[in-house]
Ligand binder design. Sequence first.
Ligand code: DC
Length: 237
Amino acid sequence: MTIPDITIAVDGYSSTGKSTFAKMVAKEFGFLYLDSGAMYRGVTLFAMEGGMAPGGKIDEPALQKTLPQLDLHFERDDDKTLLFSGSRCIEKEIRTLEVSALVSPVSAIPFVRAWVDERLHAFSEGGRVIMDGRDIGTTVFPNAEVKIFMTAEPATRAQRRYDELVAKGDNPSLEDVMKNLQERDYIDSHRETSPLRQAEDAFVLDNTHMTLHEELVWMLGLFQGRFGLLETPGITW
Ligand code: DC
């Protein structure tokens, strides 16, 4: 089966496994993977390190003034895509619970969204991209050829995020992780600019009880329907 040079948009709630799924699809089918949430996390880290989030309150005028100085970009490292701020790799710093606690309010700011969107479009210029986030199929790439909306039960999502943080050496409580997920889901789906919602033409993938391999088989089924594996010469059913 040949998959054409399309754009795949993967949206959904926090910790539904969007990036794991998108990375796997990128690797299996030769797509460039872009993590739009990392960009919002990068802006959040920039605000925190620049003293623009004292006591968890974002100093919007200061952020708006200094944002043009921020150089966020992705660099490839084998099959990984890492976020850099200038020459500094910030992959680890952007995944902490402190950044997670502030990223939703930062990403609700309209000038931040415009700044990130502009970069996402520039990074994707070559095509054949799979991008995950909250508004990719609705706002960033409303014409994406394939849109996927991911979901999973809250307890499963919290456990996954908790395991991920522990594996990275953090020591969070499961309760804090669950609270952070609930707060982010609420802010992400209730903000005024580009709230998280399922695009009308999105396929829903609920992976609560699925293995990664089953997700891959699901994706193959979707491609099969869209791009005609059944018509591939040489394959008999
Ligand atoms: O996918 P993630 O958990 O790394 O995303 C971090 C935050 O960034 C998330 O809580 C909401 C925001 N985000 C967004 O508003 N729009 C996107 N396209 C991607 C992420």
